[in-house]
Design a protein around this ligand. Structure first.
Ligand code: ATP
Ligand code: MG
Length: 195
């Protein structure tokens, strides 16, 4: 039977080998998906980490829920962050499809310009996946722009269901599973937790 120390030494060896072989330096595409709570907040948390290191970031909110979220209030005036809110309310509140498509296209124009600008090291495309689900945007040009973005640029995309094409080119995919949510226990959406 191996001692604890022997097992730990073996583990360290394996991890050290892995660390030594991960030598590439480049920006990554991260997808945060699933039905559980924590996608947008994870993206904004990672953005805060990035900005904390003095790197420039931009956010595009493709679906406008509440405008005055805590993260928006905290970050909107930050010198290193550009924050764009597009869209008109949640999808189930949407009544004007043409208006939504126009908003999606406008948001994509901004996104496309950001994807060519190497000053931005972190882009957050919040709820972008809905643009594909509802066919407000075509996927092919988005994939092209993502593939051709500056090498140092990180991109995070959130949304419950990701199109296959995006998953194919992503570097990191985290799926957040909904095990339980306070809402179903009858707890009201709260400032500081939900928005
Ligand atoms: P968060 O912004 O808290 O990280 P999210 O981005 O993972 O959440 P969305 O699908 O964007 O989740 O939903 C936005 C809002 O709905 C948030 O206020 C969130 O708390 C709430 N929410 C997320 N998942 C669930 C769920 N499974 N049931 C009920 N409400 C949810
Ligand atoms: Mg979200």
């Amino acid at each position: 039977m191996k001692t604890h120390q022997e097992r730990m030494a073996k583990k360290k060896e394996v991890i050290d080998k892995r660390i030594a072989s991960a030598t590439e330096e480049r920006g990554v595409l991260i997808l945060l998906k699933g039905n559980g709570k924590g996608k947008s907040s994870s993206a904004f948390g990672t953005m805060a980490r990035c900005v904390g290191h003095g790197k420039k970031a931009a956010v595009i909110q493709f679906v406008k829920g509440r405008t005055e979220t805590g993260e928006y209030k905290l970050f909107r005036d930050h010198a290193l962050i550009d924050w764009h809110v597009m869209g008109h309310g949640f999808t189930w509140e949407t009544q004007d499809k043409e208006q939504d498509i126009a908003a999606a296209k406008k948001a994509w124009q901004i996104a496309e310009a950001l994807l060519q600008d190497d000053r931005y090291e972190m882009l957050v495309f919040d709820e972008m996946s809905y643009m594909f689900k509802y066919k407000y945007l075509e996927l092919a040009p988005v994939l092209e722009a993502l593939k051709n973005r500056p090498k140092n640029q990180n991109v995070m995309i959130t949304g419950r269901v990701m199109p296959e094409g995006l998953e194919e080119i992503a570097d990191t995919i985290s799926s957040i599973r909904d095990e339980r949510h306070a809402f179903r226990l009858g707890v009201k959406a709260q400032a500081g937790i939900e928005y």
